[in-house]
Ligand binder design. Structure first.
Ligand SMILES: Cc1ncc(COP(=O)(O)O)c(C=O)c1O
Length: 358
């Protein structure tokens, strides 16, 4: 028989702001098979050539450390995006690059501004740093509050474009206005840009205070490999690298990233297919169930069920082994965030909803 250890108070050597911290809660990752998983915005299209290249690389040289600065991968990114290698940093997912940016820019009590609702990790990272989080409300239809964000006085301003969990794309002009009016660094998190957003990469030539983050977790279908990259002024990139781990991207991930980049056209074709499916299922949710579904430029939909509480629909779907995301957070608590999966997965969702909502 096992006995549970008694709950312990946090030891006194833990810093008080860490004791008070509510950690970021990632979406559920069920460990058994058989789930329809539409809760963490993964992409069902994994390129077989990437799998093969990773399998081959795994048989070779894993005893050696990886290239600490991802030279070949950065060369590939440079060629693809037209940004010089010294303006690129690779990391262990874009989450790591967000952490680095917060650590490098903001200290205790410094203001970190971001639209609300947005990616909830932004607040957590600010609190880890004991900085001062400044959430700035989005407009009634999730418009970017450009003037209010600029007035928020952040040393760091974080904007996801397109936004999560709303799916809203912002115009490049709005991002440029913000870049010209914030006091500090403007980080543009473009995790979902390949599904229909407008990139801020052209701003790098005009605004030294812009840092653009990308990831291979979404359009490239490589969430399990953990690969993100930042594009920014070389001086900012150098500073981020100073506080990064020595070997942040493992050998297999570097291989996966390079092969995925070589097959960029297939990646984009898959992303476009997901975008078309997203729009079609937005129509189905609206027409068949009367749900409110916001326009999305991402690989997910934010949808408000018509006659049942979102939390109830979430639970009923989960009982049928379909996972979507529900946030117990102001303004989105009445909504579900639904990742766009395969045609079969989306069909299973609609069929389950017909039962749940009958
Ligand atoms: C807006 C946004 N930024 C960043 C990330 C993290 O991406 P990565 O897998 O590269 O850490 C996510 C993941 O869901 C996200 O929604």
């Amino acid at each position: 028989m096992t006995t549970r250890a008694p709950e312990r108070a946090t030891p006194p050597w833990i810093r008080p702001h860490v004791t008070a911290l509510h950690p970021y809660v990632p979406g559920e990752q069920p460990q058994e098979e058989g789930w329809v998983k539409l809760n963490t915005n993964e992409n069902p299209y994994l390129l077989p050539q990437v799998v093969q290249a990773v399998a081959e690389a795994a048989g070779d040289a894993l005893q050696c450390y990886p290239d600490p600065v991802c030279t070949a991968l950065r060369a590939g990114l440079s060629a693809r995006y037209g940004v010089p290698p010294e303006a690129i940093l690779c990391g262990n997912g874009s989450d790591e690059l967000l952490t680095l940016a917060v650590r490098v820019v903001a200290g205790e009590g410094d203001r970190i501004a971001y639209p609300d609702p947005s990616y909830s990790l932004y607040e957590t990272l600010a609190r880890i740093q004991n900085a001062f989080p400044v959430p700035v409300p989005l407009g009634p239809s999730w418009e970017l509050p450009v003037a209010d964000l600029a007035a928020a006085g952040g040393r760091l301003t974080l904007v996801a474009n397109p936004n999560a969990p709303t799916g809203t794309p912002y115009q490049l002009q709005e991002i440029e206005t913000l870049a010209g009016s914030v006091e500090g660094l403007l980080l543009v998190d473009e995790a979902y840009v390949d599904f229909g957003g407008q990139t801020a990469l052209p701003l790098l030539a005009r605004h030294e205070n812009v840092l653009v983050l990308r990831t291979m977790s979404k359009a490239f279908g490589l969430a399990g490999m953990r690969l993100g990259y930042a594009f920014g002024a070389p001086a900012t990139i150098t500073a981020l690298r100073k506080v990064q781990d020595s070997y942040p991207v493992d050998r297999l991930t570097q291989v996966a990233g390079m092969v995925a980049l070589e097959r960029f056209d297939e990646v984009m074709a898959n992303a476009q297919e997901i975008a078309r499916r997203r729009d079609r299922y937005a129509g189905i949710l609206r027409q068949r169930f009367g749900w409110k579904v916001w326009p999305s430029a991402t690989n997910f939909l934010l949808a408000e069920p018509a006659s049942r509480a979102a939390s109830e629909v979430f639970a009923a779907l989960k009982a049928r082994r379909i996972l979507v995301r529900h946030f117990a957070k102001a303004r989105v608590e009445r909504c579900l965030r639904i990742s766009v999966g395969t045609e079969a997965e989306m069909g299973a969702l609609v069929e389950a909803l017909e039962g749940v909502l009958a």
